[in-house]
Ligand binder design. Structure first.
Ligand SMILES: Cc1cc2nc3c(=O)[nH]c(=O)nc-3n(C[C@H](O)[C@H](O)[C@H](O)COP(=O)(O)O)c2cc1C
Length: 223
């Protein structure tokens, strides 16, 4: 079985959240068409995500080992184990869907906290004297990033406002994710667009992205 990992970063209940509504609709339609996938879900606002702290991380992106590990308190050992299992869960997925709102031109901080936990040395990256390389290129992985925003952010000037989208794209492409798609649910709080129209457009965008993905999985690599 392949695995789809669905990650949400929004404290709102799904029934009130545009990004979570679109995310749910995306995974529902995707899983309906791709029966070989099993499904796991992480609600980053309904779980513990450890904070990076120097007792648990000995150096950049490296968890404590050996003597340093044995010096940890029971709680710190639990946190280290939890970080490791979040990282393992991430590595084993083939398809990622992240749904988040834009907050002050970026995504909510819980998502960054999660990424700081899972991007571990010798797991997602390898740090050597001269370089850092991403390790997720060992199989064909996809990512779909769904972002809702109150306003509308045009595609130009390039990347000036969409820091969250750009960041997720850059990090995951670097790590080795082969295909990155974004669905922008824009103008949710705009009088002229609003939630309903923004959702309608997003549902069309879901169709477009699913179509592109199915062409890729058939090996055409056209998109
Ligand atoms: C703390 C906070 C910061 C926000 N910052 C922005 C912003 O910079 N740009 C924007 O267009 N909308 C911003 N918004 C509006 C949200 O992006 C919008 O209401 C949200 O995407 C709706 O999706 P949701 O229902 O999934 O939360 C902000 C909302 C909050 C709560």
């Amino acid at each position: 079985m392949k695995k789809l990992l669905y990650i949400t970063a929004n404290p709102k209940h799904e029934s009130l959240s545009v990004s979570k509504t679109v995310g749910r609709e995306f995974v529902r339609r995707f899983l309906d068409r791709n029966r070989e996938y099993e499904f796991e879900e992480l609600d980053l606002y309904d779980m513990d995500i450890p904070e990076v702290n120097p007792r648990i991380f000995t150096s950049r992106a490296s968890l404590v080992t050996d003597e340093d590990y044995h010096r940890l308190s029971e709680h710190e050992k639990y946190l280290a184990g939890h970080i490791e299992s979040l990282c393992e869960q991430f590595i084993h997925a083939d398809f990622y869907v992240i749904a988040a709102p834009m907050w002050n031109l970026n995504f909510p901080s819980r998502l960054k906290q999660y990424l700081d936990c899972i991007i571990l040395n010798n797991r997602l990256i390898r740090i050597s004297d001269n370089e850092i390389e991403g390790l997720l290129g060992d199989k064909f992985r996809y990512m779909v990033y769904i972002q809702s925003s109150g306003g509308v952010y045009p595609n130009f000037p390039d990347g000036l406002f969409n820091h969250g989208v750009d960041y997720v794209h850059d990090v995951f492409t670097f790590l080795g994710i082969k295909k990155f798609y974004k669905i922008l649910v824009q103008g949710v709080d705009d009088d002229k667009i609003g939630r309903h129209k923004a959702l309608e457009k997003a549902y069309d965008d879901i169709c477009t992205v699913l179509h592109k993905i199915s062409r890729t999985t058939r090996g055409w690599f056209l998109n």
